[in-house]
Design a protein around this ligand. Structure first.
Ligand SMILES: O=C(O)C1=C[C@@H](OP(=O)(O)O)[C@@H](O)[C@H](O)C1
Ligand SMILES: C=C(OP(=O)(O)O)C(=O)O
Length: 427
């Protein structure tokens, strides 16, 4: 990110917050919809997409590959597939979705496609997906560390067939391959071998969206995904509000004993709302779904919890902040792979929560957080939007939490500082 850092004093709440928020679309659904639309047999419409750095760069990457993409209207992006071709340059920013979803698309293009991103993007794991593409005959030059910067020499087609991957480092390795697989000549049978793949709900989102586009996918055998070759149909994708982006707003209701409703929540969702509900309820919230949306009410008490977050690891920073404000210790485990997220989130949370007064033990795969006397601090955000969300949640209850850079929230919600300030102003 080249923008100047934007220090920000997290506002403290003077009473319970009470608000209904309409949040933009899910990052994960928008990314998948754009990729499937780009590979489709006809035009598509993406309704209520997320407009944030990750999805704007995704759109730019697809345009660079020859896709027609009109994102002029905030509510409806129009995607017109075209012949995929290089030469092209793709800036992935710090987006896992772009660095894992677009190399397989580039392999289907004719010509050279170069990928690079933010300094930390070069440290995020990529090798397993590149190795699979190479095993399928794709020519790729990567850095010595096996990741960015890299060059895909697209041949205009990928044979496909069978491949083995260790996707314990990120579910996105699997999602990235599956999204392009219908366009491989023989489709793809992908088998995972290794420690468990995290983020199962994101994998289900991928297979659900493939089927919704008319693709035959078999996932009846654990850790094996079989995608038939065939057309991906153009269609209208309606994007759900982003549940992970809503998490800090729900946390605000919990910390202040108030109430926050996420409006526009669909009757059926492809995001892990049941797991989020379980976790927030265990910490002390009441979660209800009404015609108005999804509502979280704080009960005035925050309890420590012991939880395996492997399915919802994106929530670790915000849940860690709640844990630091709870009435007893918490243990959040099963998330070793988040050391490869926007920053090493386990190390970052241990450092910043300790500075803010908690006693933290760092495990290979998680954290034990014992609340202490909370204190204000300069909170390093590590270019990580969710570290900023965690700091904002702490700041509700702890005066003097100053984020080193709130600008990093532009990754998934550029309007975060204003929305948050508006929420707290109503406390
Ligand atoms: O496919 C996706 O859209 C995502 C999958 C998950 O990645 P990991 O499996 O690497 O955690 C999640 O954490 C990330 O924010 C989004
Ligand atoms: C891990 C995350 O993002 P990415 O899609 O860049 O992996 C996240 O948003 O928490």
């Amino acid at each position: 990110m080249t923008a100047e850092p934007r220090p920000w004093l997290a506002p403290s709440a003077s009473g319970p917050v009470s608000a209904s928020v309409r949040l933009p679309g899910s990052k994960s659904m928008t990314a998948r919809a754009l990729v499937l639309a780009a590979l489709a047999d006809g035009p598509s419409v993406v309704e209520r997409p997320l407009r944030a750095r990750d999805t704007v760069l995704m759109a730019a990457g697809l345009r660079a590959l020859g896709v027609g993409l009109d994102s002029g209207d905030d509510e409806r992006w129009l995607v017109e597939p075209g012949p995929l071709r290089g030469p092209a340059r793709v800036d992935v920013g710090l987006a896992g979705t772009i660095m894992r979803f677009l190399p397989p698309v580039a392999a289907l293009a004719e010509g050279i496609v170069e990928f690079d991103g933010d300094p930390h993007a070069r440290k995020r794991p990529l090798q397993p997906i590149l190795d699979v593409l190479r095993s399928l005959g794709v020519s790729i030059d990567a850095s010595d560390t096996g990741g960015l910067p890299l060059t895909v020499r697209g041949a205009g087609l990928v044979e496909g067939g069978e491949a083995v991957i260790d996707a314990s480092g990120s579910s996105q390795f699997v999602s990235g391959l599956l999204l392009s697989a219908p366009r491989f000549t023989k489709g793809l049978v992908l088998r995972h071998e290794g420690p468990p793949v995290p983020s199962a709900p994101h994998l289900r989102m991928t297979t659900h969206m493939l089927r919704a586009a008319g693709v035959a996918v078999d996932e009846s055998v654990p850790d094996v995904w079989a995608v038939e070759p065939g057309p991906i149909h153009g269609r209208t994708w309606v994007i759900e509000p982003d549940l992970s982006g809503a998490a800090p707003f729900f946390a605000a209701a919990m910390v202040t004993g108030g109430s926050v409703t996420l409006s526009g929540w669909p009757a059926e969702s492809w995001q892990p709302v049941a797991r989020l509900t379980e976790l927030l309820t265990a910490i002390g919230a009441e979660v209800t779904r009404t015609a108005d949306g999804l509502t979280v009410r704080g009960t005035g008490r925050l309890h420590g919890i012991t939880a395996d977050l492997s399915e919802v690891s994106e929530l670790t920073p915000v849940l860690s902040a709640l844990a630091a404000l709870a009435d007893g210790p918490s243990e959040l485990r099963g998330v070793e792979h988040i050391r490869g997220h926007e920053t090493d989130r386990i190390a970052a949370l241990a450092t910043e929560l300790t500075k803010a007064g908690a006693q933290v033990t760092e495990f290979r795969d998680g954290l034990r957080i014992e609340p202490g006397a909370p204190r204000g601090t300069s909170w390093e955000t590590y270019a990580d939007h969710r570290m900023a969300h965690a700091a904002a949640v702490m700041g509700l209850a702890v005066p003097g939490i100053t984020l080193t850079d709130v600008g990093c929230t532009s990754k998934t919600l550029p309007e975060f500082p204003e929305l948050w300030a508006g929420l707290v102003a109503r406390s």
